[in-house]
Design a protein. Structure first.
Length: 258
């Protein structure tokens, strides 16, 4: 999977003569439930409220890495953020690196495909949109798959709240602070239960963070084995889903951070 994304990214930047395009990746920090871009000459400070402290960004377990390519941006979630400044040709091999390096790659991929007009919505949503996203997800699943069983990989409170109203669903998360808790009538299981819950489901909603933490290939393989439809959600997976021809859901993704 990573090999295919690597090859396609290299093909795209070479075909469009983007190898020497400068990019900058900066960490979006958090505090008191607000996110902000650290001030620099490249980025304008912004802040926006999250719906609650339940979200990974508010808890500080994951942060956003934001890549800028001229006037286009791409975000990626990671729990191991690393800033980066350089040329696009220096990024492609990072897809095979550690979590922080993968985040640089997928943020850069999102920014690059946005720059070329191949995707939209590569910047994280804000305000109450993460909560509203849940109702949109429930509607999307009902319209496209019907009354199905859902495996939700990654705890996104808005998704779990909405989907628990309409579907039999199972939830896993990698954050030990969430594991074992009951939220909206659903116990949050450890990520070691991913195969077990995928086996029970018809649709697997998989966080885009699975790209940066390295678990997505295994999750997609289990979906194939058990004939489960994968649905990648969140801003991290915009570009990769395009390349890999995977269903992707992120209705409130933005094109610009301000």
């Amino acid at each position: 999977m990573y090999e295919k994304v690597f090859e396609k990214f290299r093909e795209i930047i070479e075909k469009n003569w983007l190898q020497k395009k400068e990019i900058t990746c900066e960490i979006i920090a958090e505090g008191s439930g607000k996110l902000f871009i650290p001030p620099s000459r490249d980025f304008i400070r912004q802040s926006f409220e999250l719906p609650s402290q339940e979200y990974a960004l508010a808890k500080g377990k994951e942060v956003l890495l934001r890549c800028r390519l001229e006037n286009h941006w791409g975000d990626a979630f990671t729990d191991d953020p690393k800033p980066f400044k350089g040329e696009l040709k220096d990024v492609d091999g990072l897809v095979f690196g550690n979590k922080g390096e993968k985040a640089i790659f997928f943020a850069a991929l999102n920014a690059t495909l946005s720059y070329l007009g191949l995707v939209r919505g590569t910047v994280h949503c804000r305000g109450d949109e993460p909560r509203k996203c849940g109702e949109r997800l429930a509607t999307y699943i009902m319209e496209n798959f019907g009354k199905v069983r859902i495996a939700h990989i990654g705890y996104q409170p808005g998704h779990i709240e909405a989907c628990s109203k309409y579907f039999e669903s199972f939830v896993t998360d990698l954050n030990p602070e969430n594991v074992g808790k009951v939220r909206f009538g659903r116990e949050i299981l450890d990520g070691s239960a991913n195969e077990e819950i995928i086996k029970k489901a018809n649709v697997a909603c998989i966080t885009g963070s699975a790209l940066t933490n390295g678990t997505l290939p295994e999750l997609i393989e289990w979906c194939k084995i058990y004939e489960v439809e994968p649905l990648i959600y969140g801003v991290t997976g915009v570009g990769a889903s395009k390349i890999l021809n995977l269903r992707h859901f992120c209705p409130y993704g933005r094109d610009c951070p301000f």
